[in-house]
Write a protein that binds this ligand. Structure first.
Ligand code: 2IT
Length: 449
């Protein structure tokens, strides 16, 4: 490994010893960049990698809210504005019990590279709170969102930082957040958030975009191998918005998603999540707030495996779409033992680094990285910003066409970047290199800071 790259990784390891997820993503991304750094001494001279692994700004704030019984609760809110070199900060908000600075920083770092890959002018950010939405009433969610935005609004804006959803933050939460921003500022700036409802500036296809984009990217990988998606079986984890978009598009293209998972276990449906009724039921399960996938098995007579993950199932394609570190070394060994050729990451950092290394080094396995595969979500968010600033609304077909073109391009530039450095068809290294280059060039041209 390049000595400068190694020194930066070591610095991050030491400095962020209490934030292992952040260290994990830095190790993964930077280890791809050795050949680029070898070829560009000017990056070392400008100390670009130490600068890129330090967030531009990390904001944390108190969020106090009152529950339906009048009891007062205190949470912590975060916004990490990681890198603004190529555009206003952009990235989701995650409301989940386990949120702490290490999660927000890992997501902000990933987002910087992902947003660069979309080809659109958006910088990287992430935010959220350790608030647990499970079992909260609608009124409690609203009060929490209002309190959260009351603290956050002074740091964001359509040309400053544009948050969106992530785990625990969907259309309902974005609505409450936007309402509070409008109350506080007294302006119609709907470009300040994306993932909005279509009645106040949301983009068509945004809810579907991450899942659709993942399937479009998968199509490019399959085409590279001379195969088609029709008739393929897919093991998906998660049952949220992203898994839903995957199921919907897979169904249209004749592929079968045979597993979904939740914190309670996974379901196996040999017929696939392949009817309108089943796909729509996923939305109901999510909206119920129960956070259980067993409900699907009960309703449709599918098999339920309590406490297990779906990675031992024999399928054509694996698509982890739940959360970070969902696939560990044991899961990776099962995937390899089942001779599965396509390992397509969807959730942010769904694979532990040792599992990722094993999969990447196994002959006959093609690994596609989440920062490329799931970029269609934030990509359509950027299209939502464009529509808001132009004060118009694109048709479903227009958005979908842009999304398809974006995913094809992300696959192409990733494959080309890997090829340029003699790495072959290495989509993981290629995405890291292609995402890095644009941000690096922008930072160099903007001077030392
Ligand atoms: O991880 C992600 O890319 C998101 N949660 C979406 C971010 C966005 O700004 O749409």
């Amino acid at each position: 490994m390049n000595a400068y790259v190694e020194s930066v990784i070591n610095r991050v390891r030491e400095k962020y010893v209490s934030e292992p997820e952040f260290v994990q993503t830095v190790e993964e991304v930077l280890s791809s960049l050795s050949p680029v750094i070898d070829a560009h001494p000017e990056y070392v001279k400008a100390d670009l990698l130490n600068r890129m692994t330090e967030p531009e700004r990390m904001i944390s704030f108190r969020v106090v809210w009152t529950d339906d019984n009048g009891e007062v609760h205190t949470n912590t809110g975060y916004r990490c504005q990681f890198n603004g070199a190529i555009g206003p900060y952009k990235g989701g908000l995650r409301f989940q019990k386990n949120v702490y600075p290490g999660i927000i920083k890992f997501l902000g770092f990933e987002q910087t590279f992902k947003n660069s890959l979309t080809g659109l002018p958006i910088g990287g950010a992430k935010g959220g709170s350790d608030f647990d939405p499970a079992g909260k009433s609608d009124a409690e969610i609203m009060r929490f969102c209002q309190s959260f935005m009351t603290a956050l609004y002074r740091y964001i804006g359509p040309d400053i930082d544009v948050p969106a959803g992530d785990i625990g933050v969907g259309g309902r939460e974005i609505g409450y957040l936007f309402g509070q921003y409008r109350r506080l500022k007294g302006v119609w700036e709907n470009g300040v958030l994306t993932g909005k409802g279509t009645s106040y500036g949301g983009s068509l296809i945004r809810p579907e975009a991450t899942g659709y984009g993942a399937i479009y990217y998968l199509n490019e990988v399959l085409a590279h191998e001379g195969e088609s998606i029709n008739g393929k079986t897919i093991a998906v984890s998660g049952f949220g918005n992203v898994a839903w978009g995957i199921c919907k598009k897979a169904m249209q293209l004749g592929a079968k998603v045979v597993t979904l998972s939740g914190p309670d276990g996974y379901i196996y449906d040999p017929d696939g999540v392949s009817t309108e009724e089943k796909v729509n039921y996923m939305l109901e399960m999510r909206a119920s707030g129960r956070n259980r996938v067993q409900d699907y098995a009960d309703k449709f007579g599918a098999k339920f495996f309590p406490g297990e993950k779906p990675w031992g199932e024999k399928v054509d394609i694996i698509m982890p779409a739940a959360m970070q570190n969902d696939v560990n070394i044991d899961s990776a060994k099962k995937i390899i033992a089942n001779n599965i050729k396509y390992y397509i990451e969807v959730a942010n950092m769904p694979t532990t680094n040792d599992a990722l290394e094993l999969l990447r080094s196994t002959e006959g396995v093609i690994v596609a990285p989440s920062k490329a595969v799931n970029a269609g979500g934030v990509g359509v968010s950027a299209l939502e910003m464009a529509q808001n600033s132009e004060r118009l609304v694109w048709t479903e077909e227009e958005v979908d066409e842009h999304l398809g073109a974006m995913m094809r391009n992300i696959h192409k530039v990733s494959a080309e970047a890997a090829e340029e450095f003699g790495l072959g068809y290495d989509l993981v290294a290629g995405a890291n290199i292609a995402g890095f280059k644009k941000v690096a060039t922008a930072m160099l041209e903007q001077g030392i800071f």
